[in-house]
Design a protein around this ligand. Structure first.
Ligand SMILES: [Zn+2]
Length: 487
């Protein structure tokens, strides 16, 4: 079988985190009674006039800047005309043309399959509105819910010819793009709710062949996993066609999650079919330097920058740095701990183990994250790690202390005192504990002297039991050995 090269272009639609729709004041929410959030504007009733949502425009510019795009100084809205029942106006308001997006000529780096990083060029970032949704009844018949019609969308299109050359790179691109957009607060990015949708176009060509093959576009992918599996399926399907001497047909294909296969939906339309023209109801948007500087100033440090700092300044492993930038609130919280002169590694270990687990179980989150805010503060966690470093708290007791702080918000030091969990490390206390344990276990002492060394561990275990895990294990063992070998 001939070897093929894969090329993938991707369009991503992200629902913008605005309170209201793109051109009217209807609220943006998920779910709810069908057609409960509609008005003459988003239903396209005659005479209704659209007014652009300022906050949607700000978010789009924000995203374009974060994606390293050049911002168009003037940008206009177009009408894309086509007929489909989910489109009440008979056209979609969008932005058309290479020189008329919000931003163009951008890019984002991802990890390449062959190692290292690779820049995925972004051709354009523009605004448009979402359509309604058809609801097919179980007993036949179809209804339409227009709650989603007019919701502001950001469309992000990769450049041509495609830089993405595999299903795994496509997945990493969408994952990273999603994380970035959530990080800068322009979208909630929930793929399962349709808040972020991606449509890859896939083509293959024989190795050594310069011109790209015929592409097919995939729809209905509702997770980054489906995106990867969907592209892999398309690549294999196209290779089978070429192997058997049949052509790949340019078309839009749907992804069936159940059978994990794609099916033909419709032949791909040409852009001419949409009769794009400038929307006469909306005046052009103009972006001057002052405005762009203002938006730029409100952008937080981007994930790649923060990640690099975590690796270079805090000495985190790449993998750990990735875990700490998974979400912005999490990274900010971590940073706050380190700023309190916490040891980055000690803090990290607690955050990715006990803290992450307790947050997950309780549905809580650090402030700014998704969930009820936790009672644990950076001060608490740093105090805990210091108690451990100063040998005032043993590892096992520390877990109970942290769980208690998590539950009540009580500082770890106070929990230690209240519950009597301080580590036993005082030499005299240790010595008398050794004395007591040896006194009660004479036969074991004989066994040890006869060469049975595993007795040692058992005696340490007894001391742990007696002190509820509070004894400093290595100090105890040291003293124990000294006594066993001396008399
Ligand atoms: Zn409306």
């Amino acid at each position: 079988m001939a070897r093929y090269r894969t090329s993938v272009g991707i369009e991503v639609h992200a629902e913008l985190s605005t309170r209201s729709k793109m051109f009217c004041r209807c609220p943006v929410e998920f779910g709810g009674e069908p057609n409960s959030r509609v008005c003459p504007v988003c239903l396209g009733l005659p005479g209704a006039l659209p007014v652009p949502n300022r906050s949607a425009v700000d978010l789009a510019v924000r995203a374009a800047l974060a994606l390293d795009c050049t911002i168009a100084r003037e940008s206009v809205f177009h009408r894309k005309s086509y007929f489909y029942p989910d489109l009440p106006k008979g056209y979609q308001t969008t932005q058309f043309g290479e020189t008329n997006p919000i931003g163009y000529g951008g890019g984002m780096e991802i990890e390449a399959d062959e190692g290292g990083v690779k820049r995925i060029r972004i051709r354009r970032v523009h605004l448009e509105e979402d359509t309604g949704k058809l609801i097919h009844g179980i007993e036949g018949g179809t209804g339409i819910d227009y709650n989603r019609a007019g919701v502001p969308l950001l469309e992000i299109v990769t450049d041509f010819p495609p830089d993405i050359t595999s299903a795994t790179e496509a997945r990493r691109y969408v994952q990273k793009l999603r994380d970035l957009l959530v990080w800068i607060g322009v979208t909630h990015g929930k793929m399962e709710q349709g808040g972020l949708r991606c449509e890859p176009n896939v083509s293959i060509r024989p190795e050594g062949n310069d011109s790209l093959g015929t592409k097919t576009e995939l729809k209905n992918l509702n997770s980054t996993r489906s995106l990867q599996v969907g592209i892999e399926f398309e690549v294999a399907r196209q290779a089978r066609l070429l192997e058997s001497g049949r052509p790949v047909v340019q078309e839009t294909r749907g992804w069936d999650e159940q059978t994990e296969s794609s099916y033909a939906m419709r032949a791909k339309e040409d852009e001419d079919d949409y009769r794009y023209f400038v929307c006469p109801d909306l005046s052009p948007m103009q972006f001057d330097d002052a405005y762009l500087e203002h938006v730029r100033a409100t952008l937080p440090k981007l994930p790649d920058t923060v990640r690099e700092r975590f690796v270079n300044e805090y000495g985190l492993a790449e993998r750990d740095a990735d875990r700490m930038i998974a979400d912005r609130a999490w990274a900010v919280w971590f940073d706050a701990c380190v700023a309190l002169s916490g040891s980055p590694k000690a803090v990290l270990n607690w955050m990715i183990s006990d803290f992450a687990k307790l947050l997950n179980e309780s549905g809580q989150a650090v402030p700014g994250g998704e969930g009820e805010p936790t009672l644990v503060t950076p001060e608490h966690l740093v105090e805990l790690t210091r108690l451990i470093a100063d040998e005032k708290l043993g590892g096992k007791a520390a877990k109970s202390v942290f769980a208690e702080t998590f539950r009540t918000g009580e500082p770890p030091g106070e929990v230690v005192t209240r519950l009597g969990l301080a580590q036993v490390s005082d030499p005299e206390e240790i010595a008398s504990l050794v004395q007591a344990i040896l006194g009660e276990n004479r036969p074991l002492v004989e066994e040890f002297r006869a060469g049975k060394s595993q007795v040692l561990g058992f005696l340490v275990g007894l001391a742990m039991q007696r002190t509820n895990g509070r004894v400093h294990a290595s100090l105890f063992q040291e003293e124990l050995l000294r006594r066993l070998t001396e008399d």
